[in-house]
Design a protein around this ligand. Structure first.
Ligand SMILES: *Cc1c(COP(=O)(O)O)cnc(C)c1O
Length: 488
């Protein structure tokens, strides 16, 4: 059933609020606004507060979300957002401060920013961190601007190329291009590693950096990482580590120790802050010491005052900085959540994340092995990639159909058709926050769909059967989005 829109139960004169008559003189609107901005008629729905609450509550219930559904969206790390993070972010001392407030009045907030910079440096083995970037892709842009500034400061202007594995997230090549680099794709070998010979052949004095995702977007830990790092460094290039998917690494290995020079984190993945509609993201950037002077301004810093007391401040005195990349200091509320997450888990808890993320992904991979083709037979890290090429060949059922059928079984589908180098890819990331019962239920659904594909492929090809709207025209939804209600 298609439910009525809020506009459909609009009734003239109904409002959500009744305000008292003003007790000050009312200026005519014509004196406040230019005539061109004044509308005589504004066709907005006239509804009560209850209508509004029901409308938005219903809409929210139509969404799949991590609070209602297992959400194994590979590479996106849709894990639980602990409620204690939300409580901390709503503390008035954090939630109600203003960015123009005097530093002396926001010492607690600055202290938190400073400590979070340090914690992220510690878990990644890097030397300096900026929390400013407002998303993973924005962190990449910031990191690659730092790479460019570093080479330029050394007078090394011949470096025009950035090498990127063919399995990379699409944001990597887009970022390198935006920063003005020529992108060269490096193939993967048949074990899912970066093809070392192809990498070596591509190296030269004009290579600025390699952007490499660790663990890779196949969910694999590259077996030649040390050789890769050495080869890039010997050629005078820098290694950009895409650390968006750090769950598997937490407490286990540090990108800085592996040889990465600059990297970003996704607080909204690894550090459990909400994604997308749940809140703005954050993509902090971490660098090794030689790149630190180029980080955005300001960084949170700490100094001793004349009277011996410690104070925190924003350090704008950084002449080689690439400048600002975000208004004020970034998405502060997300910093509070990530800080709370790290503090509530501690060292042991962070180590357990790495272990459990890998255990959960391998458990699920083993349960599905046999029913679907695996991209790689190796132990995976935080995620693994299945292929529905067998189903497609024998029954015509595609990865898209399997994803849609999962909705009928009550699960959010995994990422599909990515990485693009895998045919009929289904990329599954369970995350460490799921119980074995949930993983088993999902495995049973995937196995049932594999059986259906053989016995009754039509039911899979026409899924979902349980949703209000069945298959969307996804191309039209992107090209011609219809986002606006217009009065009849
Ligand atoms: C999610 C992701 C990104 C981009 O992060 P956004 O916050 O979505 O911009 C980059 N690289 C990898 C490997 C990712 O998984």
């Amino acid at each position: 059933m298609v439910e009525p829109l809020i506009f459909d139960y609009s009734s003239p004169g109904r409002t959500t609020a009744s305000l008292p008559e003003p007790d000050v003189p009312v200026e005519p609107i014509e004196q406040l606004l230019p005539a061109s901005l004044i509308r005589q008629d504004l066709p907005l729905p006239e509804v009560s507060e209850l209508d509004v609450v029901r409308h938005f509550t219903r809409l929210s219930q139509k969404n799949a979300c991590i609070d209602t559904t297992f959400y194994p969206l590979g590479s996106c790390t849709m894990k639980y957002n602990p409620r204690v993070n939300e409580e901390a972010a709503r503390l008035p001392g954090f939630a109600q401060i203003h960015p123009y407030q005097d530093e002396a009045t926001v010492q607690g907030a600055l202290h938190l920013i400073y400590d979070l910079q340090r914690y992220l440096a510690e878990v990644s083995g890097m030397d300096a961190v900026s929390l400013q970037p407002a998303a993973g892709a924005h962190g990449e842009l910031t990191g690659m601007l730092v790479v460019r500034a570093y080479h330029e400061a050394r007078g090394d202007r011949a470096r025009k190329r950035v090498l990127i594995p063919d399995s990379a997230h699409g944001t990597n090549p887009a970022t390198a291009k935006m920063v003005g680099y020529h992108v060269q794709s490096i193939p993967s070998d048949d074990r899912g590693n970066l093809d070392l010979a192809a990498l070596r052949a591509a190296l030269g004095p004009d290579v600025a950096a390699l952007m490499i995702t660790i663990p890779s977007t196949f969910g694999l830990f590259d077996e030649h990482l040390a050789e890769i790092m050495d080869a890039i460094h010997q050629a005078g290039g820098l290694v950009y580590g895409d650390g968006a998917n750090m769950n598997a690494m937490l407490g286990q290995a540090r990108l800085g120790d592996l040889g990465v020079d600059v990297m970003h984190f996704n607080l909204h993945k690894t550090f459990s802050t909400p994604h997308g509609g749940g809140g703005p993201p954050a993509g902090p950037v971490a660098v090794k010491a030689p790149l630190a002077p180029f980080l955005p301004v300001p960084l949170a810093a700490r100094r001793e005052r004349g009277d011996g007391k410690i104070e925190y401040y924003l350090d704008f005195d950084r002449p080689q900085s690439i400048g600002k990349v975000k208004a004020f200091y970034g998405n502060f509320g997300m910093m509070v959540r990530a800080y709370t997450y790290i503090r509530s888990l501690g060292r042991e808890g962070l180590e357990a994340i790495g272990e459990t993320a890998v255990l959960n992904a391998n458990y699920l991979m083993e349960r599905l092995r046999g029913a679907y083709d695996l991209y790689s037979d190796r132990r995976c890290k935080h995620e693994f990639v299945l292929s529905a090429r067998r189903q497609r060949r024998t029954t015509g059922v595609r990865a898209l159909d399997i994803a849609k059928r999962l909705i009928d079984y009550g699960f959010h589908p995994p990422t599909i058709y990515f990485p693009i180098v895998v045919d009929e890819a289904l990329m599954i990331e369970p995350t460490e926050t799921e119980s074995v019962q949930t993983l088993d239920a999902f495995a049973e659904a995937m196995l049932a769909i594999a059986r259906e594909a053989e016995e009754n492929p039509e039911i899979v090809k026409h899924a979902p059967h349980t949703t209000e709207i069945r298959r969307l025209d996804e191309v039209a939804a992107v090209r011609r989005p219809n986002l606006r209600w217009r009065p009849a």
